[in-house]
Design a protein around this ligand. Sequence first.
Ligand code: ZN
Length: 360
Amino acid sequence: MNSYEAEIRSKPCPRCPVCGSTGKIFYRDLEDAFFGVPGKWSSRKCSNRDCRLVWLDPMPLEEDLPKAYQNYFTHHGSASARWIEKAEQSDSMGQRLYRLVKKGYHRNKYGYYRGAVEGWRRMIGYLAYVHPGWRANLDSNVFYLSAIPGGRLLEIGSGSGQQLKIMCELGWGAEGVDRDPDAKKNAESKGMKVNLGELGEQHFPDNYFDAVISNHVIEHVYEPENLMREVHRILKPGGRMVFITPNIGSFGHRVFKNADLMFMDSPRHLYVFTAPSLKRLAVQAGFDKAKIMTTLRHSGSLYISDRSISRTGHYDVGSRPPLKDRLGAKGLQAVELVVLQLKPCAGEEIVLIGEKGFGR
Ligand SMILES: [Zn+2]
């Protein structure tokens, strides 16, 4: 018995869990480059041109999944989230300008801060359109959601509670669900409401939320279609599901030497989606209106982790990168901007926006 069988047990999974097609071996014997979970992991890529999902085969047993998260960063608030927070509070020219642009942009595009943003600030908000990296961040910051004052919002996998706090400050009645008791405690220390356990265990009423969001969660979920069905049930008609997840069909996946380690994040990513496979899943789960786009957010951080893994075989999540890596990351983002004009599905992250219809 090799080490991963002793640690995390698994079972064969030869068919695509989204469309049922066969798949070819995609990666073999990947190891965990981030949190040191022992074991080697292989994956398949779906042969269906209109899907192309990548999934683990063998697939970990559901009951053994918690073993993959023992050192995981959401327990105590992610180091990278702290780094971003620190950067956003920094006094560099770029960051000061970014903060000025942020409120105006959110007012102009999404209707937040009504009556609280002066005219000159609204004008400055339009500067976001000349910096696509900022715009990708600013849109994700509010999960592409227009303001609904007092609207009910749920975040699945709310982790440290940082995003919940942002949404509450923007006027949402936001709460989270997370299976990690330490994450719940951490978010509660920020004054956030978090329900412990899986989504299905919460028994929320039908037609209850205006929005359900998640960031880099769906690729970790054992039965993602069932999760989306439950989201569909608890959303009000016209309510929105906004899920953000890594894109295995991205430009970065093609060009980075260590793309295999970063995108698979073995064994925590059970599935890594393409834009068509994620859309298909949403439609199967009942979202007739499902919109998909991809963005260049995280192309910079992928570059930085790729450099670090090349040098040391490891990336310490949240560590401060050297200047030349930070500059390289910016360069890559510029290249990716051009690529996205030619191939709209090649961004590093997929954004799925599913709207619940009024018919059922
Ligand atoms: Zn498939």
